[in-house]
Design a protein around this ligand. Structure first.
Ligand code: ATP
Length: 209
């Protein structure tokens, strides 16, 4: 694509959604792969039939959606089940992501932001984006924010953090780091600067193509 493709990642509770919401307000085309994952496992979603076939009707709730808590408990303790679920959902998420990206490009957005929580861990994205933005804050702040937002315990959050890349691993591959340990007003400023930086990348990309 001729427009800049921006990857946006960060650990749980680091502020990815806060950043992508602000970028969307500034005019970015945002594709949140977590939202796509929810969409394909909602009632009528394209992942429901293969999940039902592989895991059984017990994993589909009375509304026809994936029973998330049941599946979470299963994949947390069973690596094969986790792999099987990912083998079903990942290609479908990819297809939906590409479809949405084409649509947003046609709609004339100046650049696209792909919000991918496990971008650094997955490895597949690296060659496909022009610029990687990492949202970063201290682990203690991540835990505090997630505890405030959800009813997950500290131990559960620690378990999730353990399964994710470390701050250092993410920072090592970032093109831009958004520090998100201050007030939301400060985040606004950093995101505005990021938006300007990406518009410059867009100009360069257009003039070199
Ligand atoms: P997840 O990976 O769990 O989806 P995330 O990286 O998308 O999380 P957000 O949802 O953006 O993170 O932020 C986590 C919580 O912290 C939210 O409730 C959000 O409103 C709050 N938050 C984010 N940044 C700040 C900030 N700078 N000041 C105060 N609260 C913040």
């Amino acid at each position: 694509m001729r427009l800049p493709l921006i990857g946006l990642t960060g650990g749980i509770g680091s502020g990815k959604t806060a950043v992508s919401d602000l970028l969307a307000q500034l005019g970015a085309g945002v594709i949140d792969t977590d939202l796509i994952a929810h969409h394909i496992t909602a009632p009528g979603g394209c992942a429901i039939p293969p999940i039902q076939t592989y895991f059984g009707a017990d994993f589909i709730d009375s509304n026809g959606a994936l029973d998330r808590s049941k599946m979470r408990s299963l994949v947390f303790q069973n690596l094969d089940a986790k792999k099987a679920l990912e083998a079903i959902t990942h290609p479908l998420i990819k297809l939906e992501t590409i479809k949405l990206a084409k649509q947003l490009a046609d709609d004339g957005f100046p650049y696209l932001v792909f919000v991918v929580p496990l971008l650094v861990e997955s490895g597949n994205w690296k060659g496909q984006i022009d610029h990687l933005v990492v949202v970063d804050c201290p682990v203690e702040l991540q835990i505090e924010r997630v505890m405030q937002r959800s009813n997950l315990s500290r131990a559960e959050i620690m378990g999730i953090l353990k399964a994710q890349a470390t701050r250092q691993e993410r920072l090592a591959v970032a093109d831009t780091v958004i520090e998100n340990q201050g007030k939301l007003a400060e985040l606004h400023q950093s995101v505005e600067q990021l938006h300007q930086k990406i518009l410059r990348i867009q100009k360069d990309k257009l003039s070199s193509s």
